[in-house]
Design a protein around this ligand. Structure first.
Ligand SMILES: NC(=O)c1ccc[n+]([C@@H]2O[C@H](COP(=O)([O-])OP(=O)(O)OC[C@H]3O[C@@H](n4cnc5c(N)ncnc54)[C@H](O)[C@@H]3O)[C@@H](O)[C@H]2O)c1
Length: 245
């Protein structure tokens, strides 16, 4: 239904569960996909899988916690593809640590990737964004209701959400900025949580199952597309009813 022919999407965390699905769905819909993550090998494997898709593919081994690397990434992608139509910023980490035992380093590392990384990537793409462009950031259920044993993650995702809303104000009308807040999605990130608390979480989820990466990716693709042309500053929760705002 959605065509991204001639459009370029830069996806961070592209080798992860959700990022990979976004890449697959948008590439199949015709987008040029610029894939960013930490492992060159994982990116090459993904690019190989997407080789038959109609759009082009490029891979970029970049740490989103590195401001200068983010700037270079945006410049390279814009030069290579002639601008950036969409940024999907999916890179993130989700370590478990209670606050009383959390070191400064653990706090800083999480903030540098989840929050600084979002700021660096959004700031870097701004000069290269085309007309009718869009940014989608990844927040979380945790950013809205807190998360036992993951306070740093929860704080970072709350901040990603408010950063994104402010960007929606700054970048309109040229660029829309929206937030996707997944609940429990069956990717490697959520595996430990599903293992520890799976049944209790399912009991509290009206849809009685975990979400799939594809179900998050399709919402992200919708928010990038012209189907969402009057939607900005919005948070779309994808959680099977686990948290209803
Ligand atoms: N899976 C869930 O249940 C869930 C729930 C809520 C929010 N989210 C959010 O969705 C996003 C994607 O999550 P996922 O489930 O695909 O997780 P994932 O762990 O499968 O993927 C995350 C990707 O980010 C990459 N990454 C980590 N640090 C990076 C860095 N410094 N620079 C570049 N890339 C880096 C990882 O290599 C990985 O490929 C994350 O922001 C996450 O917080 C996920």
């Amino acid at each position: 239904m959605i065509s991204f022919t001639g459009k370029t999407v830069l996806i961070t965390g592209a080798s992860g569960g959700i990022g990979r699905e976004v890449a697959r769905q948008m590439a199949l819909a015709g987008a040029n996909v610029a894939l960013c993550d930490l492992s060159t090998q994982a990116l090459d494997t993904l690019a190989h899988e997407l080789a038959a898709a109609p759009g082009g593919t490029s891979t970029h081994t970049v740490d989103v916690a590195d401001a200068q690397a983010c700037r270079q990434l945006a410049q390279t992608v814009a030069r290579h593809h002639g601008g950036i139509d969409y940024l999907v910023h999916s890179a993130g980490i989700y370590p478990e640590q209670r606050v009383e035992d959390m070191s400064d380093e653990q706090w800083r590392k999480l903030m540098s990737i989840n929050l600084d990384g979002t700021f660096y990537m959004c700031r870097s793409v701004i000069p290269h964004l085309t007309d009718h462009s869009a940014i989608v950031t990844l927040s979380s259920l945790a950013g809205h209701r807190g998360s036992l044993g993951h306070a740093h993650y929860s704080a970072s995702k709350g901040a990603v959400s408010s950063l994104s809303k402010s960007l929606a104000l700054e970048l309109a009308p040229r660029t829309r900025v929206n937030i996707v807040a997944p609940g429990i999605i069956a990717t490697s990130m959520a595996e430990p949580l599903m293992r520890q608390k799976g049944q209790a979480l399912l009991d509290n989820t009206p849809m009685k199952r975990f979400g799939t990466a594809a179900e998050v990716a399709s919402v992200i693709a919708f928010l990038c597309s012209d189907l969402a042309s009057f939607v900005t500053g919005e948070t779309l929760h994808v959680n099977g009813g686990l948290y209803i705002v």
